[in-house]
Design a protein around this ligand. Structure first.
Ligand code: PMP
Length: 408
């Protein structure tokens, strides 16, 4: 694989030139939100300048153009993750809404006291809290696949836990805290062996590696535009067409109906049945442009670049004996590293990083139960994207000395 031309890529991100206190921004908070390249901003701005109108196939030219752009964005996403067409692609607000859509539309109606929902101990609150709440209302039980000492899923435990009582298995593809890449195809097979559904949270996978929903055989798969060089306000819920067809809508309103009388209503075609009201049209245009931009670079190359940076960061941090690292060792991890410096709270460390205009994140990264298990209240997380460099990792490591001097 040819290495990325990072210098050329960075030119498309004016925000990376910003300075605070005369220091150029080092943006290592990509697992939270990635930056948006000019072509994506331009696509959205062109849409507003030239094509803005409501969708739902209005009769005038502008509405036809807007409808076309909005619908085509679904096709582009389908192609990107190897889905069978726009019917399998529902636009949501983000990954969180994808989880909630399925939990409300399916879970609330289908789950009962005899059912089990199987999650992993490394789930993001987006899935963990959602399924907890649905379980509470339906009487279902939530079970968690153990995370072992190395930060990997204990697959023997998974095989024990997933039984004929399991109704759904919901797992993160890549952990946003540990960086672990989970065997989601294997988890899906286990679920299917017991006639359970599989839901994969791809928030940290789709932006960073090639994802093929058919190869995984996932029944549902969710991700967010703002973590993949796209805009905020748009996410995707993929679902197998026959499953989406059986599912009732989650939200109701205009644009999603076939026929309405004073007594009753029937639902429109997929995916519109799940997209009532005026949708995120400009954001869909932006997501389309982001996918074009990513594929121009190539997802394999993006993955290789991030893995190389994460391994470099892991090794540099592991060489410091007062650093505790979480998750699998250097190789075989997504593009992020979470850690703690002995005797320094993650918030203090992150604030010192900010004194150097290094953007990293402190906290539990919406995985509080996992942090409880790790025995720490919080960690500092550096996460990488296409535009990051080894020099930026070096700056992060160099800044640790300030924290040592202040707190040790
Ligand atoms: N799942 C995972 C694994 C994540 O990393 C995130 C974002 N931190 C989410 C879900 C939630 O994504 P969003 O905030 O875009 O809904």
């Amino acid at each position: 694989l040819e290495a990325l031309d990072v210098a050329a890529i960075r030119e498309e991100f004016p925000i990376l030139q910003r300075e605070f206190d005369d220091q150029q921004v080092v943006y290592l908070d990509n697992a939270a939100t990635t930056q948006t390249p000019d072509p994506v901003v331009d696509a959205m701005s062109d849409y507003y300048r030239e094509s803005n109108a409501n969708v739902h196939r209005g009769i005038h030219h502008l509405s036809q153009e807007a409808s076309n752009a909005y619908e085509t964005a679904h096709d582009r996403v389908a192609e990107f993750i190897n889905a069978d067409g726009r019917e399998e692609i529902v636009f949501t607000k983000n990954t969180t809404e994808g989880e909630n859509l399925l939990a409300y539309a399916w879970g609330l109606n289908e789950l009962g006291p005899e059912d089990e929902v199987v999650l992993t101990e490394m789930e993001h609150h987006a899935s963990l809290v959602t399924w907890q709440q649905i379980a509470e209302r339906t009487g279902a039980t939530v079970r968690y696949i153990r995370v072992d000492e190395d930060g990997r899923l204990d697959m023997d435990h998974a095989a024990d836990l997933i039984t004929d009582d399991t109704a759904i298995v919901s797992a993160a593809h890549v952990s946003n805290t540990l960086g672990t890449v989970n065997p989601v195809g294997q988890l899906t097979d286990l679920a299917h062996d017991h006639d359970a559904l599989s839901f994969i949270d791809g928030a940290q996978a789709v932006p960073n590696r090639p994802v093929d929903v058919k190869a995984i055989d996932a029944d549902f798969y969710a991700f967010s535009g703002h973590k993949m060089a796209g805009p905020t306000g748009i996410g995707v819920l993929y679902g197998k067409r026959d499953l989406f067809e059986e599912l009732d809508p989650f939200l109701y309103g205009g644009g999603m109906i076939r026929k309405v009388t004073f007594e009753d209503s029937s639902w429109g075609d997929l995916p519109w049945k799940f997209e009532p009201g005026t949708p995120q049209i400009a954001e869909a245009v932006g997501l389309h442009a982001a996918i074009d931009w990513l594929e121009d670079i190539g997802m394999e190359r993006i993955q290789a670049h991030e893995e190389e940076l994460a391994a470099y960061a892991y090794d540099r941090l592991a060489a410091e004996d007062d650093i505790e690292l979480y998750g699998p060792d250097g190789s075989d991890r997504g593009g992020l590293v979470a850690f703690n410096l002995d005797g320094v709270h993650a918030h203090d460390l992150t604030s010192i990083m900010n004194d150097h205009t290094i953007a990293v994140r402190a906290g539990d990264h919406c995985t509080q139960p996992l942090h409880d298990k790790l025995g720490v209240p919080a960690s500092t997380r550096a996460s990488f994207y296409v535009y990051n460099t080894r020099e930026e990792v070096d700056k992060l490591v160099a800044a640790l000395d300030d924290a040592r001097q202040l707190f040790a």
